[in-house]
Design a binder for this molecule. Structure first.
Ligand code: GCO
Ligand code: MG
Length: 402
């Protein structure tokens, strides 16, 4: 029997921080899994290095399900983003190994393609409406069929969700940047901003918008109603999601589709959202929700309730996670859309990925496993550096939801 002989935690910062787990077997096969949790990277690195790696040595790498259950069910402390990201890294690395041993790309181990490619959405943004419109045009020229649109709210110094350079990276400072937030200003601006996009570009593409948990259910319901005439593909994260039942109120008042789940990490966190059909798209991701083994269960539960997939895919998921996501997206019957942000060039020098973008869609390579190689030499050129996401404060100085 082949056994796991090594489990290494690799840190690198090619444009932004990434944590990667590499598992090696007694047959010399290696597999990699992403363990990146934006702004809390070292917590997952320690969980893996100090508490998980010693448990993996000597185990059979082929027993993915048993290892998953051992790390989740076998641990007294379950769930939560740190734990589930660590479990995900192990899971994805073992799937990568299984693919390499079988000589098959992951998509074929997962049941084969249900579709030819995976439709993605990109992030257009601007410091004002005219610059947003320019950015939407840029995404259309690249072939995107679906575009998320965000613009800085006039009068608010912070510009959350707005890309500064070529690459979107909100975790940009060594201590959290504090940004002002004014709900009334946002609510007055958002419908006009998205209407300007429709007026300029029409309705022949999918338009998405992210609210980042910033509204109460009442505010979100009202905004969703105003968005109805704009035919959004979805309104994302309208209100903080700790209280799943709060989505019932939004749901009762608007038919704008709702997408939720990027900050959630287990099937229990989305159970009510899915089984009560309170959302249209579930955004849990392969890296923050327990890997392929667990995400597949969430997607199956979603399929039973006519909820489609729309996984998180910001650059805080490494190319390893993106590849795993696309392999899975290709197979699932209830696929909706995949988020995609282009990586910094130095990121793809470290993670040599076979994932390709053509005309608004992604596809995987035919290489066995995930089709992503980690280059240690290039990674060593980019040491880890602390980076935090911003914190939002209301105009009276109190902390707002992120
Ligand atoms: C998304 C996310 C990003 C976040 C980032 C934080 O929808 O892609 O909400 O906008 O800023 O993922 O880590
Ligand atoms: Mg989001």
């Amino acid at each position: 029997m082949s056994t796991i002989t090594n489990a290494e935690v690799l840190l690198t910062s090619p444009g932004r921080n990434y944590v990667t787990l590499r598992i090696t077997t007694s047959d010399g096969v290696t597999g990699i899994g992403d363990a990146t949790l934006n702004g809390r990277e070292l917590a997952v690195a320690s969980y893996l290095r100090d508490h998980v790696a010693p448990l993996l040595i000597g185990r059979d790498p082929a027993r993915i399900e048993d290892t998953w259950q051992y790390l989740y069910r076998g641990a007294y402390w379950r769930r939560g983003p740190v734990t589930m990201t660590a479990v995900a890294a192990v899971d994805v690395a073992l799937w990568d190994i299984k693919g390499k041993v079988a000589g098959l790309p992951l998509v074929d181990l997962l049941g084969g393609r249900s579709r030819e490619q995976v439709m993605v959405y990109g992030h257009a943004s601007g410091s004002d409406v005219p610059s947003l419109l320019e950015d939407v045009a840029r995404f259309q020229a690249k072939g995107y069929q679906a575009i998320r649109a965000q613009a800085a709210v006039p009068g608010l110094a912070g510009s959350y969700g707005v890309r500064k350079g070529e690459i979107y990276e909100p975790a940009a400072t060594s201590l959290p940047d504090e940004q002002p937030w004014d709900t009334r200003a946002y609510l007055r601006f958002a419908p006009d901003c998205l209407r300007a996009v429709r007026e300029e570009f029409g309705f022949d593409f999918h338009l998405l918008h992210d609210v980042h948990h910033r509204l109460t259910p009442t505010e979100a319901a009202r905004l969703g109603k105003q968005f109805e005439e704009l035919d959004l593909f979805w309104m994302e994260d309208p209100t903080p999601v700790e209280d799943q039942s709060s989505f019932r109120f939004i749901r009762q008042h608007t038919t704008t589709p709702l997408a939720v789940g990027e900050v959630l990490s287990s099937i229990w966190d989305v159970q009510q959202l899915i089984t009560e059909r309170l959302i249209d798209y579930v955004r849990t991701s392969v890296v923050h929700a327990g890997g392929i083994t667990h995400l597949r269960r969430i997607f199956d539960l979603a399929a039973l309730h006519q909820v489609r997939t729309g996984s998180h895919g910001a650059t805080d998921l490494s190319p390893v996670s993106l590849a795993a996501a696309v392999h899975l997206d290709l197979t699932v019957p209830n696929f909706g859309i995949q988020e995609y942000m282009e990586f910094a060039p130095e990121t793809t020098e470290v993670f040599r990925t076979g994932t390709t973008f053509t005309r608004g869609s992604l596809d995987v390579s035919a290489a066995p496993g995930l089709g992503v190689e980690y280059d240690d030499e290039v990674a060593a050129k980019f040491p880890y550096e602390p980076r935090y996401l911003p914190v939002a404060r209301r105009l009276d100085g109190s902390v707002h939801d992120w």
